[in-house]
Ligand binder design. Structure first.
Ligand code: PEP
Ligand code: MN
Length: 357
């Protein structure tokens, strides 16, 4: 009796292995079909074809399994095949962890972004004058930080709002960077300005409104300069990752992703900080991830808790806006910190166990 049981079990083992090899053989074919569909631009999921396959299988089913059970089992096989196809596609992305398991660390004037210790970017929303930027630079420097931000080209919702000082603003940033030995980061909005930006900036920012400006992404990918890419106002994580891929596909892998909130129905904050995007991006890509607490919350009272949350969840850095006199700022005057609030913000961060400020 026990010998018989052993024999039966051995046969089950053999059949398991046969099934395994058949399932994998099927998977290889499915992958091949996926690639063929991709070159033809055909959508992968084909319900009509699935229905035909299921009907044929049920027609040939002689039991003892019920048709409903067989349908369930094969549906799982089909689903796994479909997932394999899209997985295969993602695997190919240069920005993905699958392609490069180790973290990318970006060197900005000796500062290592993504090395495990958080880094900070502070500065005004817009560059308004040399004095204004220099005042913030002095505070940033005095606190021991290295990165200064300031917008020279401002993509504003209204065409009648302050549009930025343009190249003049870049010159101010460069001058301040040299005088205070800081690294400067500023947004560029048009591909034609990328080359100029290389001479003035240490990091080129691509803003939320331009996350899918593919020509701009390609131009940013063609230069040897770190890029800070912001998530689009209504971009999915997949779209965000693909935007980064546009840059990297042109040869520039020095990319910092920046979660800056997305548009939802919630009106209590300017945008909704998608905090879970941080670990997802860290898991899916090998790129450093920062969180912009100013544009995501749009509220001064939320800058500190949002920054703590960002760092606790694994962000490589935080960006926040600081202005000598926010009340008279030409943009974002509701959420920029003044220098006293900047002090308080940093004090608040010091009390968090996971941050070394
Ligand atoms: C900015 O950082 O100056 C800015 C405009 O941010 P965003 O593109 O995220 O709105
Ligand atoms: Mn701003």
């Amino acid at each position: 009796m026990s010998k018989n049981l052993d024999q039966l079990r051995n046969r089950v083992d053999e059949l398991n292995l046969e099934l395994l090899s058949l399932i994998n053989e099927r998977a290889l074919l499915v992958q091949e079909i996926g690639r063929a569909k991709e070159t033809q631009g055909v959508y992968r999921y084909d319900p009509v074809r699935e229905r035909e396959m299921l009907d044929l299988i049920k027609e040939k089913n002689n039991g003892p399994f019920e048709n409903s059970t067989i349908e369930h089992i094969f549906k799982e096989v089909f689903k796994a095949g479909l997932e394999l196809q899209s997985d295969d596609h993602r695997k190919a992305l240069l920005v993905s962890r699958k392609k490069k398991p180790e973290d990318t660390i970006i060197d900005i004037k000796g500062l290592k972004i993504g090395d495990g210790t958080p880094d900070f970017v502070f500065g005004p929303c817009s560059v308004e004058s040399y004095e204004q930027v220099a005042t913030v630079a002095e505070a940033v420097k005095a606190k021991g930080f290295k990165m200064l931000r300031g917008g020279a080209f401002k993509p504003r919702t209204s065409p009648y709002d302050f549009q930025g000082l343009g190249v003049e603003g870049l010159k101010i940033l460069k001058r301040v960077a040299d005088e205070y030995d800081l690294a400067v980061i500023s947004e560029i909005v048009t591909p034609a300005d990328i080359e100029i930006a290389v001479d003035y900036l240490d990091v080129i920012q691509i803003g939320a409104r331009n996350m899918q400006n593919f020509e701009l992404l390609k131009a940013a990918g063609a230069v040897n300069k770190p890029i800070l890419l912001k998530r689009g106002l209504a971009a999915t994580i997949e779209e965000f990752i693909n935007a980064a891929e546009y840059i990297m596909s042109q040869g520039n892998g020095q990319i910092i992703l920046c979660e800056r909130g997305i548009r939802t129905y919630e009106r209590a904050t300017r945008n909704t900080l998608d905090i879970s995007a941080v670990p997802i991006l860290k898991k899916e890509t090998h790129l450093p991830v920062m969180v912009d607490v100013t544009h995501s919350t749009g509220r001064r009272d939320l800058l500190l808790p949002a920054a703590k949350a960002a760092l606790a969840i694994g962000a490589d850095g935080v960006m926040a806006e600081v202005h000598p006199d926010p009340a008279v700022a030409l943009s974002d005057n509701a959420q920029q910190m003044d220098l006293k609030q900047f002090d308080e913000f940093l004090e608040g961060l010091k009390n968090t166990p996971f941050v070394r400020v």
